[in-house]
Write a protein that binds this ligand. Sequence first.
Ligand code: ATP
Length: 235
Amino acid sequence: MLEIRDLRVDIAGSPILRGVSLAVGAGELVCLLGRNGAGKTTTLNAVMGHRRAAGGAIRFRGRDLLGLPPHRIARLGIGFSPEESEVFAELTVAENVALPTWTRPEGRPAEARIAHAYAVFPKLRQYLARGGAQLSGGERKMVSIARALALDPELLLLDEPFEGLSPLVIPEIARGIGAIRAEGRAVLIAESNLHHVPEEVDRVHVIERGEIVFGGTLAALRADPAAMAIVAAAA
Ligand SMILES: Nc1ncnc2c1ncn2[C@@H]1O[C@H](COP(=O)(O)OP(=O)(O)OP(=O)(O)O)[C@@H](O)[C@H]1O
């Protein structure tokens, strides 16, 4: 479904991604794990077209994404929940969640897509008329993921979905991600904390200084002392 091969990205003249390769198959849950500054956000931003690649390839369902603008990439079926959630403050929760049904009108009817997003995060129904600026961090995360879901994506990119959240909210987000995965959508999570990696993850890729240094199951990661030393430092 998503194939990233030997991706290189330079920022301000410095090599930030130095040959990142990973794949997410249909219906797979994959985690990109690494400490702060390792290059996780840069990888997701390159997939979404927010960062230009200096080399390598990114393909989604066989289609080359490099050079496409972000709105075209989203319309191909990639939903994105950025690290800071980036909920539109001047729009209500309902308007935020409905946005992708305007930007990607093709596919299932808007009402069904919106209803589905609220079915995954039912709590949001209590806040429909609330402005985006009046939400807690956990509510913003839920709105951001629900909005990405309303795109009806085949692949969902979630950048640090648990970061900065209270322990009370984390299980709610984890349950939502589990529900999304159970529907057969592919999910790629960028995560800096090993403890937040869902047990049901299909594969973990560890990124360190812009390079993938490990790829395998969670059990294989736990059995790899060198990779564990890197992710333990991240947690
Ligand atoms: N706009 C920028 N200008 C200069 N350097 C940048 C910029 N954006 C990112 N970087 C650098 O690129 C590297 C990778 O950053 P990135 O945000 O991809 O890391 P990350 O793994 O997502 O970490 P975090 O969890 O802290 O977001 C870091 O060293 C960061 O300082």
